[in-house]
Design a protein around this ligand. Structure first.
Ligand code: PHE
Ligand code: ZN
Length: 876
């Protein structure tokens, strides 16, 4: 490969900072293409440290530099592409620098940039070094005083972290605001926002009776869309007090919603910055999934105030210390606000869709990685979602009370510090008087353990012998794997559908227990089991593993109908569907007519019509595993046959159950008053799932029904569900609906993303041509991450059949665009590039085409460090 080498950073080489920064004063003179940043840093050499002082800095134009007010001679410092070194700095001094930066040129959206004319910053992980020279690492904590100056016209609102302490008119059409944050923080939590913004305001009274001003800042005109986000914020604040005893610590909390953002949102101290799609909502523009995401992400960023900000990471290898823990907290928040069972199923679906493939591919890494080239590439499903599972297992091990004791000790010990994942586990262990050393390999070992279960019932001895065996495949850089401690929550369901008591070694454990599989294999003999009971394993997904269990169709149906654990009921249906679909795929490959299993469809039908079950659960339980999930189960991946099998089964379900589906579809119509709550959303979900199955039959009646639903829809959930059905059926109804949608929402930046995405995900043959044409749509821009993700990301990630077109046209198209994007925004380009790591699991022809496209990108002159790392690892 032609790409230049980039340095690898290693956890084993961590060294404490040689200087501390006791105080930071920043002043910004904002101007679109030439903003001046003055920094006064109170620097102190750490005890016992010698050597030069190096500050990070990138894309900065240094205008002046002084030490204690004295200008520095040219020999006293050196400036490179990556920073500034002072050869022999005193042990205690004030360093003052002035730099010029260009927010408009900044298409990377790291550091200070403009989004629709609004100045905003993004500093995590290493964006602060694009604002000023600084030891830009999370273990350097300082207090900040920030002066922001800008034109009163262009920037009537001037915001930064902490409290507003001064504000004055400068007389020349400009004004300034001074903000002070009393809490020491690392540079990645710094934020500044300035521009024309409207606010939506409220207050919250904390448990100790302090009143906090809450403000959500948005582009002019958008304030009416903030009500739900504000409600979610207040509920988050209350929930963190109730469940974790954690109170907010300042008198002001700001959120800003911007259109252009690399990620979902950012937890800057008291000034969270959000991708607008996770704030703005009303029934006409947001789906139920959008509402749920807003709640989860507003919660997530708020919860970071304690898990991330008050206690932060020592280095970026510890990223999961804050992210895994905060995802766990936001999952629990949503579970407490909504249906716990449904939330768990959704989280597991997401883990399997995103984290499992990552853990089984060329980019696999532990929850606490050991090395990286570009830290931006490690904001992964492994660090976030598997990290949350690792916290969840500790929670299960210690129980809610034990876990809360551990959290309490964690804050007692580490408030105001930058710490490690080991420190977290130590707090959990010490608070509970437990040795948790055995648990730690969950942080350091990559790969998803595969657990194989087998069992045998013996009628004479009335015993059921269960054997569990674990193994983990090698991952890049980790050939040898060790057995992990796997908590397996389980029960036995009798052939009569009733739970059996679990008797082990003469001890009655009740109806459910947690087995600890901490060696290669474990055998348990359950006593007094007098019928051929069926083990129900990994209930609630108690460990993030792949379970292989030899259930017969009858056993799956038994668990689908009777397992007392809702997750396990859902899972039984998914595993049954998976086995069935993989069988159909095999048939299609052998050119046999695939066998459609009527027993399976009937079992689906029983769930569909079981009104004792929550509609949201029913909707999930009758949704087939995704094409990507099925692809994970086979090598090489039969892309076309998987699509075909799934379509056939969906169609058969739609036809066989059409009476029940139509009846439910009619019954579940709401009364016209929109309620974003979980119950109403669950009814919409089930009704729309019914519509989708009816649509799968592709009959003229189904198309007419979808078109009618589209036309009369009074909320975005229903409108999108109908549109999704129509975009799969070529014809005038489809074109009419897409045109109508465009005309209705062409001025709404967020909603237009949906319009781009739904067309990019269509399975119809003309999709790639359409996507290419949409690149020229006036709303599309390669500089806007949301647009890129909606159009190109949805095509690459949400349209397996067209992305994997046999002639390689899908791969070539996406690679062309990623080469272009890499020059503008390497972080977003590298994230999308990850999908090319799957080439090895494809059949030879496609593998070759995908690999060739990837190599073409890898050889591009001047490729970013971000994309280089992903490409190199994917090709290795
Ligand atoms: N720390 C943010 C979060 O998870 C994510 C993020 C990372 C945002 C990097 C921007 C840049 O809440
Ligand atoms: Zn986070």
């Amino acid at each position: 490969m032609k790409t230049e080498q980039h340095a690898v950073i290693r956890l084993s080489e961590y060294a404490a900072p040689s200087y501390a920064v006791a105080g930071v004063a920043l002043s910004f003179d904002l101007a679109p293409t030439g903003t001046t940043v003055r920094a006064d840093l109170k620097i102190e050499r750490s005890a016992g440290q010698t050597g030069p002082l190096t500050l990070d800095g990138e894309a900065l134009d240094l205008k002046s530099i002084t030490i204690d007010g004295q200008p520095l001679g040219d020999n006293a410092y050196t400036v490179t592409e990556t920073g500034l070194t002072l050869a022999d700095a005193p042990s205690k001094f004030t360093l003052t620098t002035e730099v010029l930066i260009d927010p408009v040129e900044n298409t990377r959206l790291e550091g200070l940039y403009q989004s629709n004319g609004i100045f905003c910053t993004q500093c995590e992980a290493e964006g602060f070094r694009r604002i000023t020279y600084f030891p830009d690492r999370p273990d350097v904590l300082s207090t900040y005083r920030v002066t922001v100056r800008g034109s009163k016209d262009v920037c009537p609102i001037l915001l930064s972290n902490g409290n507003l302490v001064e504000q004055r008119d400068l007389g020349d059409g400009r004004h300034e605001a001074v903000w002070e944050d009393p809490f020491p923080k690392p540079s990645y939590l710094f934020a500044l926002v300035a521009g024309k913004l409207d606010s939506y305001e409220d207050t919250f009274t904390t448990m100790s009776g302090r009143k906090v001003d809450l403000k959500i800042w948005v582009e002019p005109g958008n304030a009416p869309y903030c009500a739900y986000a504000m409600d979610a914020l207040k509920r988050s604040m209350k929930w963190d007090e109730d469940r974790f005893g954690l109170e907010y610590d300042l008198d002001i909390f700001n959120i800003v919603a911007v259109s252009d953002f690399n990620m979902g949102a950012m937890e800057n101290k008291s000034l969270n910055v959000f991708n607008a799609k996770y704030i703005l909502a009303d029934p006409e523009t947001a789906t139920d999934a959008d509402y749920a995401n807003i709640e989860a992400i507003v919660g997530h960023e708020y919860f970071h105030n304690w898990t991330g900000n008050r206690v932060t990471c020592r280095d970026w290898f510890q990223l999961s210390l804050k992210e895994g823990l905060t995802v766990f907290r936001d999952q629990e928040f949503s579970a407490d606000m909504r249906s716990r069972a449904v939330k768990r199923i959704q989280d597991v679906r997401m883990l399997r869709a995103r984290q499992f493939p990552e853990d089984a591919g060329p980019l696999a890494h532990p929850v606490r990685p050991e090395s990286y080239m570009e830290i931006n590439n490690f904001y992964t499903a492994t660090v976030y979602e598997k990290g949350a599972e690792v916290i969840r297992m500790q929670h299960a091990l210690l129980g809610e009370d034990g876990f809360q004791k551990g959290m309490k000790l964690y804050f007692e010990r580490h408030d105001g510090q930058a710490v490690t994942c080991d420190d977290f586990v130590a707090a959990m262990a010490d608070a509970n008087g437990r040795d948790m050393t055995g648990f730690k390999p969950w942080y350091s070992q990559a790969g998803t353990p595969k657990v194989t279960a087998s069992w045998r019932h013996d009628a004479t001895s009335k015993t059921l012998t269960l054997t569990l065996t674990q193994a983990t495949e090698p991952t890049p850089g980790q050939k040898q794997k060790q057995a992990l401690p796997i908590p397996m929550r389980m029960g036995l369901v009798g052939s009569d559908g009733k739970p059996c008591n679990l008797i082990l070694d003469g001890q009655d454990l009740g109806a459910e227990t947690v087995l600890m599989l901490d060696e290669d294999s474990l055998t348990c003999v359950f006593e007094g089991v007098d019928n051929a009971a069926v083990p129900s394993l990994n209930r609630g997904f108690s460990a993030p593993i792949v379970l292989k269990a030899p259930y017969s169709a009858a056993e799956s149906i038994l668990l689908m109908g009777h397992d007392p654990d809702p997750f396990a009921r859902w899972e039984a249906g998914q595993q049954y569907a998976t086995a069935l679909l993989l069988g159909m795929v095999a048939d299609l490959r052998e050119k046999r007519e695939p066998v459609l299993d009527e027993g399976f469809i009937a079992a689906f039908g029983r769930i569909l019509t079981d009104s004792s079950l929550d509609p949201a659960f029913r909707s999930l339980a009758i949704t087939l595993p995704s094409e990507d999930y099925l692809a994970e189960q086979m090598r090489p991946v039969a892309v076309d046959e998987i699509h075909e099998a799934r379509q056939r089964l969906r169609k058969a379900i739609g036809e066989t159950l059409s009476r029940d589906l139509s009846r439910l579809h009619a019954e579940l119509a709401d009364d016209g008053r929109f309620d974003p709550g979980a119950d109403a959303a669950g009814r919409r979900a089930l009704r729309n799932t019914a519509l989708i199955y009816l649509g799968a039959a592709e009959t003229p009646e189904a198309v007419t029904l979808a078109k009618t639903r589209y036309d009369i829809a009074d909320n975005m959930t229903d409108r999108m569900a109908a549109l999704a059905v129509l975009t799969e059926c070529a014809g005038p109804e489809r074109e009419a609906a897409l045109a109508d949608f465009h005309d209705r929402f062409k001025d709404d930046e967020q909603v237009m993303d949906k319009w781009f995405a739904i067309q990019a995900m269509s399975g119809l043959p003309d999709t790639l041509d359409r996507v290419k044409a949409l690149l020229d749509h006036p709303r599309f821009s390669m500089k806007k991450p949301n647009k890129v993700r909606a159009l190109i990301g949805s095509f690459a990630m949400g349209n397996p059949i067209r992305f994997h077109a046999a002639d390689g046209s899908g791969y070539d198209f996406v690679i062309d665009k990623l080469i272009e994007l890499d020059r503008l925004n390497p972080q977003v380009a590298a994230r999308l590039l990850g999908t090319f790591g799957q080439w090895r699991r494809l059949p030879a022809d496609r593998a070759r085409l995908m690999k060739t496209a990837l190599e073409r990108l890898a050889e591009t002159e001047g490729l970013s460090r971000d994309s280089t790392e992903i490409a190199t690892k994917s090709l290795a």
